[in-house]
Design a protein around this ligand. Structure first.
Ligand SMILES: [Zn+2]
Length: 85
């Protein structure tokens, strides 16, 4: 709400765009006019959504039932997430 956190950093943000993606909606990039495409990492069954234009992406995540679990940063480093509560 304070506008200072970059977009797509919290599990709530990622879950929101993931739900839209799964329902077949076009998911717009929060930073540019591009749209987000799905990237899959097969060995760890992880997914992320990446902007096809500017490269903005969610962290890698793993869908787990109705929830999803954020796993690691787009570049593979450990996540440091803002408190979501
Ligand atoms: Zn973009």
């Amino acid at each position: 709400m304070d506008g200072k956190e970059p977009p797509l950093r919290s599990v709530r943000d990622v879950a929101k765009v993931w739900e839209r993606f799964k329902s077949g909606d076009l998911v717009g990039c929060p930073k540019c006019d591009g749209s987000m495409a799905l990237a899959v990492e097969g060995s760890s069954k992880s997914y992320r959504l990446v902007c096809t234009q500017c490269g903005t992406s969610t962290p890698w995540f793993e869908p787990s039932g109705a929830e999803l679990i954020l796993k690691f940063e787009a570049d593979g480093s450990d996540l440091e997430l803002p408190d979501d509560d």
